[in-house]
Design a protein around this ligand. Structure first.
Ligand SMILES: C[S@@+](CC[C@H](N)C(=O)[O-])C[C@H]1O[C@@H](n2cnc3c(N)ncnc32)[C@H](O)[C@@H]1O
Length: 203
């Protein structure tokens, strides 16, 4: 198989989201929300698969690009499905989605309260039995390389400032939400730069 064919089908999808697709975890998911979707690199496959796909992002240019991408799919109403706004105030009914994706977003939380507000908004719109896929920066395995500066935020080895979680926090949040880990928490250490953790929870 040529790499162009994989690109055509999946776009520049997050590799750990791809992992769940290969495992078939989301086979039954007909409604998908990407919270903090950016330009929608993680949504191409779901658009192609015929799912009802929704996205929210605070960046108007990103949403405009995503609307343009999605306009090629007749089953999607881009104006309805792609919204500009904050994740902490998602404009959707409770228990609307089979899958909520949060890819490289939660580490932009300003503090613990902001983190929890975004998390509980995403959990609120997830159906019982639905899946929460989250990829976020953490301090797992790089504890000695990061510097805590307060409010849950750290300076990373690459000089960037992020809200970081650790394993204990993710297990605690999973329990607090009443969810279940359906995969062990997995972390990729990006050489001398950051650690990116994948947190997969079922409601
Ligand atoms: C690093 S990008 C990731 C985009 C996409 N999820 C991906 O994996 O390619 C982070 C995105 O989160 C959005 N974002 C961060 N905090 C947000 C918030 N509180 N509400 C809405 N969007 C937010 C940013 O505008 C940006 O598009």
């Amino acid at each position: 198989m040529k790499s162009e064919h994989i690109q055509e089908t999946f776009g520049n999808i997050d590799i750990y989201l791809f992992d769940q697709l290969i495992k078939g975890t989301y086979d039954g998911c007909k409604s998908v929300l990407d919270a903090g979707c950016g330009t929608g690199r993680n949504l191409l496959y779901f658009l192609k698969s015929g799912a009802q796909v929704y996205g929210v992002d605070q960046n108007p240019e990103a949403i405009a690009q995503l609307k343009n991408l999605a306009s090629a799919f007749p089953h999607i109403n881009p104006e309805e499905n792609f919204r500009i706004g904050p994740i902490e105030q998602l404009p959707f009914e409770n228990e609307s989605f089979d899958l909520v994706v949060s890819s490289a977003v939660l580490h932009f939380a300003e503090n613990q309260e902001h983190f929890e507000a975004m998390l509980s908004a995403m959990w609120r719109v997830l159906k019982p039995g639905g899946y929460f896929f989250c990829r976020l920066a953490s301090e797992i395995g790089i504890e000695s390389l990061v510097r805590f500066i307060g409010n849950g935020r750290y300076i990373l080895p690459d000089g960037s400032e992020r809200f970081l979680v650790n394993q204990e926090m993710l297990v605690r949040f999973t329990n607090k939400l009443g969810g279940k880990l359906h995969e062990p928490i997995k972390t990729t250490n990006v050489q001398n730069m950051r650690a990116m953790t994948t947190w997969c929870v079922r409601k």
